[in-house]
Design a binder for this molecule. Sequence first.
Ligand SMILES: *[C@@H]1O[C@H](CO)[C@@H](O)[C@H](O)[C@H]1NC(C)=O
Ligand SMILES: *[C@@H]1O[C@H](CO)[C@@H](O)[C@H](O)[C@H]1NC(C)=O
Length: 316
Amino acid sequence: MILRCLVLLFVSISKEEMLRPCEKLDYTHLATEAEMYKNNILDFLKQPHVRGEYEAMYDCLLSKLLGKASSNRRGSTRRIVSGRNTSITAVPWQVSLREKTYPICGGSVITDIWLLTAAHCLLRAKASELSVRLGSSWKTHGGEMYDVKECSVHPRYVSKTKTNDVGLIRLYSPLRFSARVLPIRLVARGERLPANEPAIVSGWGKLKEGGPSATYLQSSTIKTIAMKLCRRSGLDRKAIDPTSMFCAGSFSQSTPDACQGDSGGPITDKGVLIGVVSWGLGCARGNFPGVYTRLANPVIWDWVHSKISNKSDIYS
Ligand SMILES: *[C@@H]1O[C@H](CO)[C@@H](O)[C@H](O)[C@H]1NC(C)=O
Ligand SMILES: *[C@@H]1O[C@H](CO)[C@@H](O)[C@H](O)[C@H]1NC(C)=O
């Protein structure tokens, strides 16, 4: 009897524990730890307790975006939830990439010195003309601006087809991590991406077709779409390369009520960066899903990791 009571007590406590992080979506604690592991940030992000905390924060944001009615992330979420004002503290890896101060693309912090974006965001300007704003929910002010030391585009990026649409930005000096500036772990190499999985996309992109772009950071939930279905959509099926791209978004919705984030920006699943906003996103129309760079693809993953784990390169 006593044992049973204890068990019940334990169950109710751990339920409380599970609910608590959701009221406070806060990366402060992780940022303090990340600062201590700065020289080994990729290993830090791989630690089980760190992965667990990122996943808990992700679940929290997901349930906020889906609304209280459907807090179960595996539940039915057919309706595309339009973008919501989202503090940078909920997605502290979000980057605003600028060309001569004009915002051109999104991106993600992946180490203390490397940022990830789309290759097509890096083709027009020289590194010296680019800068990034980090740590602000606002597109035009706040946070901190950093100059770009170097840009690299995936050597097998094809601009005509947007195959392997990924690029890296290197900063001059390491970032100071905080609750507003924090890296996100990349998806595992070769990991299969389930279809119909709710994911989160963020950025300052347009909210309505033809409308103005957001001044305050937006995020929304979208669902990954099976390749078979995506190739049957309004997109030219030959244009979708299943090894370096995946689809997500509205598949059958006829009215566009959410255009997702800027090109180059993050799409995350369970607290892990799975893709880069690539193309087809102008404003998702019915039968016209968005196409994302598939970061788990070994051709892409290997290139990114060879660059970001190059120790001899990092503080040179
Ligand atoms: C989102 O933020 C903008 C800028 O502060 C504000 O004008 C707008 O009312 C906010 N929207 C919602 C739904 O809170
Ligand atoms: C690693 O860094 C060194 C030194 O800057 C550079 O010569 C080498 O090409 C880099 N390797 C890769 C794979 O980028």
